[in-house]
Ligand binder design. Structure first.
Ligand code: ZN
Length: 487
């Protein structure tokens, strides 16, 4: 017979005991980790500057008795905590970076910044990191209680928003001996996260020309700003001739100053270039580079291309998705109460009808009017998701990876908005955080005790990666963009 695992899965009664034990450990620690999430929410730090948020995670890891490695992959705000001995290694991934410009008070359904222009947790990573650490802590305590061989690792990963920290951590070998990776993301729904994310490169194009008095001697000037504008025109003409699921967007980093009477000698633009897979993305990056060179040629300026970061597309894993789905079905969605629904309803009133429609279209299910998700999205739902990018992509190429979504926000809340920040410490978000920690912890326990599942997950990954293997999208010469905000 083929397909028989090397060691059979545990009998169901024993597996259920394990789940109940690890869930008891989640409940025992949840208040500490909810408090951690709220503290991180209140100290929003962006892209590689998460010094205090990371220190909070380090302190909690030490308090819980993990063996702690700081400066993972040479990144000052990356940390890893390990517990247990021998056996397989299960990785649980957390994040704690915020977004610029999204400062917002908690618990109000109106746009009210705490600090004008300040940062905010607009993607819910305060919850993401705390729930992942809660799950890892419970698995640690379960390992200790049952004496099971195996290790759990919490990876505190900074700079998910544009910094590609996990891609650098993968390149440095931080996941080399992990057999399964588990994570989650705040969302509208209770579901296994669809394994779809675009490969993405961020690149800065810095043009240098020659300054001159724009009225007296314009013929002596060579405008870097002209070059940036021409590059944008070229890229916008390219759009019609690229795959329809590719995405290219840009932001001006430096428009050359505020004086129209000075020919701009320097200008810089940052591009984000995304495609369905790595070869598609790398091809598109080369085309954008050619357009930049064309703009430089037209304007007699020079262009320097600096790749800032890059991430791979996400690979799914059928056996792990089925395992996580089973646990999420058993747990059910978080138990929200009337007060949770009232606040979600107030947030919902600030959304457009299109936001709510889009959320249901993404999961391929008919729209309902409950303000907080109260069902599990089927694994085989006919989804039409809005697809972004994540640095979990790179982990998913080297370790079988699975992620959950838990409803921390009113259904339809678009991410990277003040509404997400406003809901980031709500009782509903805390309930979702604890429920998803239980889903991750039970999936980790299953992976630690079921060699057949690990083998099937490994085989599924090998099939998806194919003969070409994993090639990091990061150019060999670049390191983590620790000072990325500086052009
Ligand atoms: Zn996010």
């Amino acid at each position: 017979m083929t397909g028989v695992p090397a060691r059979a899965a545990l009998p169901e009664t024993e597996a259920m005991d394990n789940r109940n034990t690890v869930w008891r450990h989640v409940d025992a620690q949840k208040e500490r980790l909810i408090a951690l999430s709220d503290r991180v929410w209140a100290m929003p730090e962006v892209c590689y500057t998460e010094t205090r948020s990371c220190a909070e995670h380090v302190a909690e890891l030490r308090h819980q008795g993990f063996r702690v490695d700081e400066h993972v992959a040479g990144i000052p705000t990356a940390v890893m905590g390990e517990a247990g001995a021998g056996g397989p290694v299960v990785a649980i991934l957390g994040e704690y970076d915020a977004l610029p410009g999204l400062s917002q008070e908690a618990g109000v359904a109106a746009h009210r910044p705490v600090e004008a222009g300040g940062h905010g947790h607009g993607c819910g990573h305060n919850l993401l990191g705390a729930a992942a650490l809660l799950a890892a802590t419970a698995v640690k305590d379960w390992l200790a209680e049952t004496g099971t061989p195996g290790r759990v690792r919490y990876y505190g990963c900074p700079a998910e928003e544009g910094g590609a920290a996990k891609a650098f951590m993968v390149r440095a070998g931080a996941f080399a001996d992990a057999e399964v990776a588990i994570s989650w993301h705040p969302a509208s729904f209770w579901e296994v996260a669809p394994p779809l994310a675009l490969a993405n490169t961020r690149a800065d194009f810095v043009f240098t020309g020659r300054t001159a008095h724009a009225a007296a001697v314009p013929h002596l000037g060579r405008s870097a700003l002209d070059a940036v504008e021409l590059m944008s025109v070229g890229v916008n003409y390219m759009r019609e001739h690229m795959p329809s699921d590719a995405r290219v967007h840009y932001a001006y980093l430096d428009a050359g100053g505020i004086a129209p009477n000075v020919v701009q000698a320097r200008a810089a633009v940052r591009y984000s270039i995304r495609a369905r897979d790595l070869p598609g993305m790398l091809g598109l990056v080369e085309r954008v580079k050619k357009i930049a060179q064309g703009a430089a040629l037209m304007t007699e300026t020079e262009v320097e291309v600096r790749i800032v970061s890059a991430v791979s597309n996400l690979l799914g894993n059928d056996p792990l998705e089925q395992a996580l789905h089973g646990v999420m079905e058993e747990l059910g969605p978080p138990h929200f109460d009337e007060a949770d629904r009232d606040f979600a309803q107030a947030i919902r009133a600030t959304l457009g009808d299109g936001d709510i429609d889009a959320a249901f279209r993404a999961i391929g299910m008919p729209r309902t009017e409950a303000p907080l998700a109260d069902f599990l999205v089927p694994l085989d739902a006919r989804r039409n998701p809005a697809i972004g990018s994540t640095d979990v992509g790179d982990v998913s190429w080297v370790v079988p990876t699975v992620q959950a979504h838990a409803p921390t926000v009113a259904v339809g809340t678009p991410f990277h908005t003040w509404q997400v920040v406003a809901q980031g410490c709500s009782p509903a978000a805390h309930k979702a955080m604890v429920q998803v920690a239980k889903a991750m912890a039970a999936t980790a326990v299953r992976a630690l005790t079921d060699e057949g599942l690990r083998e099937a997950a490994r085989a599924d990954l090998a099939r998806r990666v194919g003969a070409g293997g994993y090639v990091s999208p990061l150019p060999a010469e670049i390191g983590p963009p620790l000072r990325m905000s500086v052009a």
